[in-house]
Design a protein around this ligand. Structure first.
Ligand code: HEM
Length: 177
């Protein structure tokens, strides 16, 4: 996972109180570690941070992912306005997301880990394939909803296949109303 995401996760945790942030960083082994935005960190270390967050905050993984998505979406809009402004609607925006994930790390001087994890496998209805040991499909679905809201559009999301239900990968179908 790229450092930019880990840095944002640490900031999100900070919104839950400095004491709890300290505790989470300490327990997960991230205390005093320098986080470089362009660097790729081992997925297991990212997962340790996320799991410790759920434990210390007393919330489940889904709630943590949704909370993080809601925190990070405005940051993405602010930091990367071009990706939003150059797409005329939510479908155009979402269509480009795998490409964005592919390009960003090299733009930032790092290397991608998401590349093979997130793909568009069908155009109509728009369907994402997602496979990652991070199992961030709840994060992903909330980002999709927020993207639709950004364009004042409405979507329904179905996930007929999900790693959390034992499937090999997730399939996220986005129907734009
Ligand atoms: C302009 C908007 C966005 C930017 C700049 C962005 C950037 C990033 C970056 C840098 C990562 C870490 C990549 C890595 O470590 O390989 C990431 C991860 C991720 N992004 Fe985005 N993202 C954006 C929008 C979205 C949207 C709309 C979705 C929903 C489809 C999404 C889904 C994900 C998922 C699921 C991951 C985690 C992948 C994993 O490691 O399991 N992102 N994003």
């Amino acid at each position: 996972m790229m450092g930019i995401v880990i840095q944002q996760l640490v900031k999100f945790i900070g919104t839950k109180g400095k004491d709890r942030q300290e505790k989470i960083l300490e327990k997960s082994g991230w205390k005093d570690k320098e986080i470089k935005i362009e660097e790729s960190y081992p997925e297991t270390e990212f997962q340790k941070l996320l799991i410790t967050t759920t434990e210390v905050l007393g919330i489940d993984a889904v709630a943590a992912q949704i909370g993080f998505a809601e925190y990070v979406f405005p940051v993405l809009k602010n930091e990367f306005p071009g990706y939003f402004q150059t797409a005329k609607d939510v479908k155009t925006f979402l269509r480009r997301i795998p490409r964005v994930h592919l390009d960003l790390p090299s733009i930032m001087g790092g290397s991608a880990t998401t590349t093979e994890k997130l793909k568009v496998i069908n155009e109509e209805p728009l369907t994402f394939y997602y496979k990652s040991s991070n199992k961030l499909c709840s994060f992903m679905k909330r980002l999709i909803e927020l993207s639709a809201e950004n364009y004042e559009q409405k979507v329904t999301i179905e996930e007929p296949k999900c790693m959390l239900r034992g499937d090999d990968h997730c399939e996220v179908i986005v129907k734009i109303k």
